[in-house]
Design a protein around this ligand. Structure first.
Ligand code: GLN
Length: 310
């Protein structure tokens, strides 16, 4: 019998409400610092299209690095496997915003989900466009995936990141020195900061992730990407989606997942479900404390993971 997803989500929401260790809200982006750690939301969209929602599932939050999944999908659509000449596919074992490996590795970031890698992806998506158009194209793609026009850039967050994103600007400049950024740095970081500032609810995010559970095919809208590409993006989410905590996430949850410092996580069980959780308090690795815990409950209660036969 398939699990009753709504009662599982209800049970998780109730359990999360009593959690006292809720992590710390990111403060290095001033626009994020004012969000209350009391929030928790969860949305599960299953392969048959049914939806289970709990808590603040319909409240928009700053997707931050979760948007890197959609930006990567778009860049692969533009340049295909040529992308891998400029970005690696290995976990970094370092923090999301680390610069240390770039010197030894000639300005080639370890993977597309650390900041340096996502900045190269933004540079790819910028080719032939003004920054505004590149963001517009990404927004249209995400709205299409979620089948929801009401998805926007939070301009307050975008400005806040632009004013304080010295480290990301440094990463971009450093990679430009190696020839791995092809456009002026302020244009590339403009695209990157605005993409991080895309706000979505858990429901919108889980809907946007459906193509990754369905081998690249949306039943109502057709093929988004090939099955092979969907499998590869899932593989990168599993190995690199949680930075230096990716191994622990795979161990505890066993699903491809991508986190963001806004406290959101998108997780995928191929053939079964696309899941989004949100709680703004972060653990020491910059991943949602309760979001991770909630997904651990979900994996236990459903028995679902990419490493089990259920
Ligand atoms: N915008 C954030 C940054 O660049 C994204 C990081 C994240 O979500 N891990 O620092």
């Amino acid at each position: 019998m398939p699990p009753d997803l709504q009662s599982i989500v209800d049970e998780i929401v109730a359990a999360m409400a009593t959690e006292e260790a809720r992590g710390k809200v990111a403060t290095y982006i001033p626009g994020l610092a004012t969000v209350s750690p009391a929030h928790f939301g969860m949305a599960v969209v299953s392969a048959d299209g049914s939806v289970a929602l709990g808590g603040d599932a319909e409240l928009p939050f700053s997707t931050q690095s979760v948007s890197k999944v959609f930006a990567l999908t778009m860049a692969l659509g533009k340049v295909g496997d040529q992308l891998w000449a400029r970005v690696g596919r290995e976990p970094s074992g370092n923090a999301f915003n680390s610069i240390v490996q770039l010197e030894a590795e000639q300005g080639i970031p370890r993977n597309p989900f650390i900041n340096a890698g996502a900045i190269v992806v933004a540079d790819v998506n910028l080719a032939g466009h003004q920054p505004r158009e590149a963001i517009g194209e990404l927004l249209r793609f995400i709205r299409f995936l979620a089948d929801d026009e009401d998805i926007h850039v939070d301009e307050v967050i975008a400005r806040s990141e632009t004013e304080t994103g010295f480290r990301n600007i440094a990463l971009a400049n450093y990679m430009r020195a190696f020839g791995n950024i092809h456009h002026p740095v302020e244009r590339v970081t403009g695209v990157y900061f605005h993409q991080c500032a895309i706000a979505m609810s858990c429901l919108q995010l889980a809907r946007a992730g459906r193509y990754l559970m369905l081998d690249g095919l949306l039943p109502d809208a057709g093929r988004v990407i090939s099955a092979r590409r969907a499998r590869r993006i899932n593989a990168l989410m599993l190995t690199c989606g949680h930075y230096d905590a990716s191994g622990d996430f795979a161990f505890r949850i066993g699903m491809p997942g991508k986190s963001g410092v806004g406290g959101g996580i998108l997780a995928v069980v191929p053939g079964k479900a696309s899941i989004a959780v949100w709680s703004p308090g972060l653990n020491a690795s910059g991943n949602s404390q309760l979001g991770t815990k909630a997904l651990e409950h979900f994996a236990r209660l459903t028995g679902w993971s990419v490493f089990s036969s259920r």
